[in-house]
Design a protein around this ligand. Structure first.
Ligand code: OAD
Length: 237
C-alpha cells in the first residue's frame, strides 16, 4: 500500500547508517575520535599546522571506500526515493559515497565528500579518487599546495544549508538515522522541523541519541534491519 500520509520526506543520515558496511563511526567505542584528535585532523587550524598529516588521514579514509559496499539501509532509502509518490531528500553528514552507490539521487552531502577535492586559492572543486598531497597542483589554476579535501571541518559552514532548511520547512515526515545528535546544525534539524509545523519525526538508531526526546517516534536497532522494515511500512514490502 503506497504511503499517502506523507508527501515530502527528509531523511538525515549519519555514520551509523554506514557502520554495517564497515566504515567506523566517530563517537562509538573504537570510533574515529577515539584514535585521532579531531582538532588535529578535522579543523582548518589543524590543516594549516600540519597539512601532510591531515592529507594522510583523509587519504586513508578515501582509500578505505574502495573496499566497502552499501548495506540494506542505504538500498532501502534509494528504494523509498524511487517508489514514494512525493519528494524524498536524503541529507547525509557522511563523506562516503554509499548513498549514491545504492541509488539515491536526491542527496545533499552537508559535510562534503571524500571523493572530491577543492582548491583553497580558486575554489575549483574536482572529482578526486586518488591520494591528495601538497605536491598536487590545482587542475584549474595550477596553484601548488592549495588543494584540500572537499569536506567540512569543525568551525566551517556545512554545505547547501538553504536547500536543507527549505526542505525541512516543507516536509511531512522527518527521519534521523544513525546519528548521535552531537554535531550542529544537523542535531538541530528535528527542532527546526517541529517549529515549522506538523511533520512526524522518527529516530532510527542503534541506541537513543542525545536528542531522542525531541522525536515523536523512536525505533532502536541496527540500521540494516530497522531501516528496510520502516521503508516497507511506507511503500510496502
Ligand atoms: P557518531 O559517531 O557521532 O554517531 C553515530 C551514531 O550511530 C551513534 O548514535 C551510534 O549509536 C549509531 N550507530 C552505530 N552503529 C549503528 C548501526 N549499525 N545502526 C544504526 N545506528 C548505529 O556519528 P555522526 O552522528 O554521523 O563531522 O557524527 C556527526 C558528525 O561528527 C560527522 O559527520 C563528523 C563527525 O565529527 C565532521 O567531521 C564535520
Amino acid at each position: 500500500m503506497p504511503d499517502t500520509r506523507h508527501r515530502n520526506i527528509v531523511i538525515l543520515t549519519g555514520a551509523g547508517i554506514s557502520a554495517e558496511s564497515g566504515i567506523a563511526t566517530f563517537r562509538d567505542k573504537d570510533g574515529i575520535w577515539s584514535k585521532y584528535d579531531l582538532e588535529e585532523v578535522a579543523t582548518p587550524e589543524g590543516f594549516y599546522r600540519n597539512p601532510d598529516f591531515v592529507h594522510e588521514f583523509h587519504n586513508g579514509l578515501r582509500e578505505s571506500l574502495q573496499t566497502v559496499e552499501p548495506n540494506p539501509a542505504h538500498r532501502a532509502l534509494a528504494r523509498l526515493e524511487a517508489e514514494h509518490a512525493g519528494e524524498v531528500l536524503v541529507v547525509t553528514q557522511n563523506v562516503d559515497d554509499l548513498h549514491e552507490r545504492a541509488g539515491s539521487r536526491n542527496l545533499v552531502h552537508m559535510h562534503g565528500e571524500l571523493y572530491k577535492a577543492r582548491c583553497d586559492r580558486c575554489m575549483h572543486v574536482a572529482e578526486w579518487r586518488t591520494a591528495l598531497t601538497r605536491a598536487v597542483p590545482c587542475p584549474a589554476c595550477e596553484a601548488s599546495a592549495a588543494m584540500r579535501p572537499h569536506v567540512v571541518w569543525f568551525g566551517e559552514m556545512p554545505m547547501e544549508m538553504d536547500r536543507i532548511y527549505a526542505a525541512l520547512a516543507a516536509c511531512d515526515l522527518f527521519l534521523s538515522i544513525g546519528t548521535s545528535g552531537n554535531v550542529y546544525p544537523a542535531a538541530g534539524f528535528v527542532e527546526e522541523v517541529r517549529r515549522a509545523g506538523q511533520a512526524h519525526t522518527v529516530e532510527l538508531n542503534l541506541e537513543p541519541s542525545e536528542g531522542v526526546s525531541l522525536f515523536a517516534e523512536t525505533i532502536h536497532g541496527p540500521a540494516s534491519t530497522v531501516v528496510p522494515a520502516y521503508v516497507d511500512s511506507l511503500v510496502g514490502a
